[in-house]
Design a protein around this ligand. Structure first.
Ligand SMILES: [Zn+2]
Length: 56
């Protein structure tokens, strides 16, 4: 929990990577208990993997 003030890309929800070009990043909004939750992904690959795993 250091560098909490940086404005870099958020960590990928799937693999935890913070790097990656902005053009590859994906954000998905889900609703949990009535609250919007934003899930960040570093790429389509991570997003697709996560979606498959959560819908299984
Ligand atoms: Zn990722």
């Amino acid at each position: 929990m250091t560098d909490s003030t940086d404005e870099d890309a958020p960590a990928c929800h799937k693999c935890g990577e913070r790097s990656g070009p902005a053009s590859e990043q994906r954000v998905v909004t889900t609703v949990e208990d009535g609250t919007a939750v934003y899930q960040y992904f570093c790429s389509d690959g991570c997003l697709e993997t996560w979606e498959m795993s959560r819908s299984a």
